[in-house]
Write a protein that binds this ligand. Structure first.
Ligand SMILES: *[C@@H]1O[C@H](CO)[C@@H](O)[C@H](O)[C@H]1NC(C)=O
Ligand SMILES: *[C@@H]1O[C@H](CO)[C@@H](O)[C@H](O)[C@H]1NC(C)=O
Ligand SMILES: *[C@@H]1O[C@H](CO)[C@@H](O)[C@H](O)[C@H]1NC(C)=O
Ligand SMILES: *[C@@H]1O[C@H](CO)[C@@H](O)[C@H](O)[C@H]1NC(C)=O
Ligand SMILES: *[C@@H]1O[C@H](CO)[C@@H](O)[C@H](O)[C@H]1NC(C)=O
Ligand SMILES: *[C@@H]1O[C@H](CO)[C@@H](O)[C@H](O)[C@H]1NC(C)=O
Ligand SMILES: *[C@@H]1O[C@H](CO)[C@@H](O)[C@H](O)[C@H]1NC(C)=O
Ligand SMILES: *[C@@H]1O[C@H](CO)[C@@H](O)[C@H](O)[C@H]1NC(C)=O
Length: 482
């Protein structure tokens, strides 16, 4: 309503302005003629879209379909899987970053010039090694804060699904990894507010490969991920940057790999400080290529270009299909789950969301590209399935429909969009998904001694034992959860 009211106001001003303008030209200067609809779709460049999944959350660029359900529908079940919030680099990446910084400083340059002038006052932002791998707690893109806010926003959107008259806890599921568990807790605090402690039962699911299919982080043992190591960062764009910075600062001897590491480091500075002077040390083309390295890595190692990703994603896609068909009466209304980026991109691949028609080329960037990780799985990225109960319209029948929402943008299926708001009927969604899903257990040769399907959504703990941190997080224990 706010936007409609505002729109009327603007149109009102415009009408007066036009009348005045025709009668008394001098009145024209009193009006700004602000256009009610923004006309500036220029280059569409934002650093947040060219840093892959490493940097702050941003919404997926939408196709112009409203986020709210269509007027004739109400959401009666929501199933979400979310990545942890903005974080520090991993310890293993910290080692590479620190090596690149050492190389920079070992040049013994005392007066930085050109694009690196800012280095005279810049300092690295990881104050303590213990912070590596954890969510950030500072700056505007603070991971703990954005996660809490996401919970609070979903309370507004989905609060009607929480039936407080039943004295039952609401299960929430997280994989067993320090920052993911903390994300589940922060989201829960945001959603349930003062009721969090008593109303939630946090279920912590082991990330061990031995969990087989009963996992938020299933592993495909037959998938050869070593091939991913060979994706090169020695690209012409980074050689250009190294050459420029070296020329501006005689004595400096950076190469393309160093440039990649410095760009990588810069992105995480956004998660910590919210800004990075390094952002301007590289050109738009260089950032575009940096983003593309991330697209390639996800596409070929945890996305549609990996021969086993669809099978891995099929675990969640199949089990959530069961929840949707059981519906809110039988299965319950809210399924909030937390895991990592590379656990969610296989689900997208399994459902055919954002999959390009052709493999991504290694030597050039396709324009437009449907597979931009900044638009698919930034920090805090999430996939939300909405089950909607809809009344009839002139064109659609009363019934149950499904919508897929990726980072708050509604993503219709090309082959199923006949429902209200371009949704897919549950019956057609079920047929479509059943037809497209491979079988995880047989394709990935999961040992018969391991769980063969996902059962924790139907077989969960109702205690609040893990809702809060009970021990101090001890860094450098292989990122294990304590
Ligand atoms: C659907 O129709 C019923 C009966 O008219 C009405 O009570 C309900 O509010 C409608 N639902 C929506 C989402 O409009
Ligand atoms: C949530 O908290 C309020 C205020 O303490 C309380 O009245 C309400 O019963 C709580 N709801 C549940 C489901 O515990
Ligand atoms: C709700 O559950 C709690 C914990 O199991 C119990 O102490 C309380 O008496 C229950 N309240 C109602 C109204 O059943
Ligand atoms: C459920 O509770 C039992 C007993 O406290 C515990 O051993 C188990 O790890 C819990 N499972 C989950 C998924 O939280
Ligand atoms: C850049 O230099 C580092 C050592 O400083 C080296 O490990 C790396 O292989 C070099 N990269 C290229 C592309 O030569
Ligand atoms: C479901 O699929 C059938 C057969 O393809 C089609 O006729 C119908 O329009 C679809 N309905 C919806 C709501 O998508
Ligand atoms: C799909 O899910 C159902 C119910 O959870 C399960 O019985 C079935 O084994 C699953 N199928 C596959 C291929 O995982
Ligand atoms: C399955 O697991 C068992 C027990 O760990 C092991 O002995 C067996 O070799 C495994 N089978 C395959 C096919 O990997």
């Amino acid at each position: 309503m706010g936007s409609i009211g505002q729109l009327c106001g603007l149109l009102g001003v415009a009408a007066v302005a036009t009348a005045s303008y025709s009668n008394r030209p001098d009145y024209a200067s009193r009006f700004t003629f602000a256009a009610p609809y923004d006309q500036s779709f220029l280059e569409g460049y934002s650093i947040l879209k060219h840093i892959g999944g490493l940097g702050p959350y941003s919404n997926r660029m939408s196709y112009g379909i409203g986020r709210d359900p269509p007027d004739v529908c109400t959401v009666d079940q929501v199933i979400m899987i979310r990545r942890h919030g903005e974080r520090y680099p991993q310890g293993s990446d910290g080692v590479k970053i620190e090596a690149a910084l050492d190389k920079l400083y070992s040049s013994k340059i005392t007066e930085w010039k050109g694009d690196l002038t800012f280095l005279k006052s810049w300092e690295y932002y990881v104050d303590s090694e213990g912070l590596y791998g954890l969510e950030t707690a500072t700056g505007p893109y603070n991971g703990l804060l954005t996660t809490y806010k996401h919970g609070a926003e979903y309370r507004v959107r989905y609060g009607h699904l929480w039936d407080q008259s039943h004295n039952k806890t609401v299960p929430v599921w997280t994989s067993e990894f320090e920052r993911v568990v903390q994300t589940a807790r922060k989201f829960g605090e945001g959603f349930f507010g003062w009721n969090y402690t008593d109303s939630v039962s946090l279920n912590v699911i082991s990330e061990s490969e031995d969990m087989g299919a009963n996992s938020l982080t299933p592993v495909c043992p037959v998938d050869d991920l070593e091939k991913c190591e060979s994706l090169s960062s020695d690209l012409p764009a980074f050689r250009v940057a190294a050459d420029r910075l070296n020329k501006q600062n005689p004595g400096l001897d950076l190469n393309s790999t160093d440039v990649y590491q410095l760009m990588f480091m810069s992105v995480f500075e956004l998660n910590v400080r919210g800004y990075s002077d390094w952002t301007d040390a590289f050109t738009m083309d260089e950032w575009k290529w940096f983003g593309y390295t991330q697209d390639l890595s996800f596409y070929y190692c945890a996305g549609p270009g990996d021969p086993y990703s669809k099978a891995v994603g099929a675990v969640y896609a199949n089990a959530s299909l069961t929840l949707l068909n059981q519906g809110p009466e039988k299965a319950g209304t809210m399924y909030f789950n937390f895991a990592h980026d590379t656990n969610i991109t296989p689900i997208l691949a399994a459902l055919g969301i954002a999959s390009p028609e052709k493999d991504l080329p290694l030597d050039k960037i396709p324009f437009p590209s449907s597979y931009e990780i900044g638009n698919i799985m930034p920090m805090g990225g999430h996939l939300t399935l909405e089950r909607m109960s809809c009344n009839a319209t002139a064109a659609t029948e009363k019934g149950v429909y499904v919508r897929v929402i990726l980072n708050e943008a509604v993503v219709p299926f090309n082959s199923c969009q006949e429902g209200p708001g371009f949704s897919c009927s549950l019956a057609n969604y079920t047929d479509m998904v059943n037809e497209m899903l491979p079988d995880f257990v047989s394709e990935c040769k999961i040992n018969s001694t391991m769980p063969q399907h996902l059962s924790f959504w139907w077989d969960y703990n109702t205690t609040s034992t893990y809702n809060h941190q009970t021990a101090r997080y001890i860094p450098f224990q292989g990122d294990t959860f304590v």
